[in-house]
Ligand binder design. Structure first.
Ligand SMILES: Cc1ncc(COP(=O)(O)O)c(C=O)c1O
Length: 493
């Protein structure tokens, strides 16, 4: 179960549970009432000053050690920037002064182009529950490669994959495969709209559901500005972001025009802002009362929190579930699963009134491709009995406690928290999606790199490959990194 140490506030450093620096929050608050563009410009100006950019350079010994240790990555990044927009292929991989460039990976480890070895806690952004290059998906992929990667036709493995999902996920009666988690949440929203004949989708503040237009609404501060440029106002008008508050849910649903309510079940940013299971358990009934489709976004939690995901662990029955990551065993893939009567909206019936008026259309070149299906089936079958989950959860609990001990020993006021097989770090002691986005957090991530540990923006995910020795080494790396932060004057004193 979830484990969060008591919050420890560090004086005047931060406010709010999204962890924005006080100066940024001040700018936003002061600008409230100003036109949206002006507010955004003010926000950007403050960010540029260096208040909350996760990637900012802090100089000092930590940065020098990082630069000196990664000449090959630095050179490769310069080359990448000449041809790859922004130099990276996922926003989360931005890292200052440059990201490390990985050469290969195996088990819990990966190695960069300079030969540096890392214990990896990014784990394929959560997709690799067995670790890197595990024999089970690797052999399944090799077998399938020689039999063809795309038949342009239906095949047995996609049906076996769907059967496995239906068997493991309690609420799932039918499945439709997509290319990614983003496509899955897009499909769930469209299915709900087609099914209810309504347009509006309600989501929670800061909850992440991928990068399509509807998902980018109310995702980060300032909440009334979409996460990205290029999102039409007409799209924004059909998505309402609300705080985590049952009265607000009731208020929105009772308007009678809400097609879908979607939630990240463990809370915004895969549990960075933890959500009380009692809150999530109240949502299906409320949705039923108001004719709204309840969508549980299990892209991260599915097959990770338990073989049957969040819904099996907490006995929650959604109408639709979105899945990806572990689903495809480390290859690309996603799906929507759920109530047969809603999923049947994908059925072509040869009746023009149904096919063009009530049916949801769904093409997609790589949907249910044999390669992803083969690795997906192999991994899901392997983890179906829950033994892997018990092992990883125990390992992660030990890691969270070990990191917390380090923070406490150094009187840092930071916390390590999370549940199941993931952990988050918040430097100011308040669970938030941006817990490592200040100078100290960015420097901690950079120092961890130099001590052989690679985490995501504010935490990480474990796999069955993470050993006791990995956990011990990681805790030592945290200790050494915090000492580096003290040396550079970024904490303490
Ligand atoms: C909860 C959640 N939903 C949807 C997505 C989007 O999935 P993908 O990156 O496969 O498009 C993510 C990605 O991290 C996610 O965390």
């Amino acid at each position: 179960m979830g484990w969060i140490p008591a919050p420890r506030l560090r004086g005047d450093r931060l406010r709010g549970n999204d962890g924005l620096g006080r100066s940024v929050w001040g700018a936003l608050t002061a600008a409230r009432g100003a036109p949206m563009l002006a507010r955004l410009q003010q926000f950007v100006a403050v960010v540029r000053e260096g208040a909350v950019v996760a990637t900012q350079a802090t100089g000092g010994r930590i940065e020098q050690v990082f630069v000196d240790g990664n000449p090959g990555s630095r050179e490769l990044y310069a080359r990448a920037r000449r041809v790859i927009a922004g130099g990276v292929t996922h926003d989360v991989r931005v890292h200052s002064p440059f990201p490390v460039m990985v050469d290969r990976a195996e088990g819990s480890r990966k190695w960069d182009v300079d030969g540096n070895e890392y214990i990896d806690y990014t784990m394929g952004h959560g997709a690799l529950i067995l670790g890197h290059a595990h024999p089970i998906p690797t052999e399944a992929a090799i077998r399938q490669l020689s039999r063809g990667t795309h038949y342009g036709a239906s095949h047995e493995i996609e049906t076996a994959w769907a059967e496995q999902v239906c068997e493991m996920m309690p609420s799932v009666e039918r499945v439709r495969f997509t290319g990614s988690g983003t496509e899955a949440t897009l499909m769930a929203m469209r299915l709900a709209r087609a099914h209810t004949g309504r347009e509006r989708v309600v989501k929670f503040h800061y909850h992440f559901h991928g990068w399509h237009d509807y998902a980018h609404v109310a995702q980060s501060d300032p909440l009334d500005v979409p996460m990205s440029a290029g999102i039409p106002q007409s799209v924004q008008d059909t998505v309402t972001g609300i705080p985590v508050d049952l009265d607000r849910v009731r208020e929105e649903l009772s308007k009678g025009d809400v097609a879908a309510l979607i939630v990240e079940p463990t809370g915004a940013g895969w549990g960075a802002v933890p959500l009380d299971p009692a809150f999530v358990k109240a949502l299906p009934e409320l949705c039923r009362e108001h004719g709204t489709v309840f969508v549980l976004d299990e892209v991260v939690t599915g097959f990770r929190l338990s073989p049957g995901g969040y819904q099996a662990l907490h006995d929650v029955t959604p109408d639709l579930t979105t899945m990806a990551k572990i689903l495809a065993g480390g290859l690309p893939g996603g799906c929507v699963g759920g109530r047969a009567d809603i999923l049947q909206r994908l059925e072509l019936r040869g009746d023009p009134r149904w096919d063009r008026g009530q049916r949801m259309a769904h093409p997609g070149t790589f949907n249910g491709n044999p390669l992803s299906a083969a690795t997906g089936v192999a991994v899901l079958r392997h983890i179906a009995d829950g033994a892997v989950h018990a092992q990883i959860d125990a390992q992660t609990e030990r890691l969270r406690r070990g990191i917390q001990d380090v923070f406490d020993r150094h009187d840092l006021g930071a916390i390590a928290y999370g549940e199941s097989s993931y952990f988050h770090v918040s430097m100011n002691g308040i669970p938030s999606r941006s817990g490592m986005s200040g100078d100290d957090g960015a420097a901690l991530r950079r120092a961890l790199h130099s001590h052989g540990v690679h985490i995501m923006t504010s935490g990480g995910l474990l796999s069955a490959a993470h050993s006791d020795a990995d956990i011990d080494q990681t805790i030592e790396a945290f200790d050494a990194s915090v000492r580096d932060l003290e040396t550079d004057g970024l904490v303490g004193g």
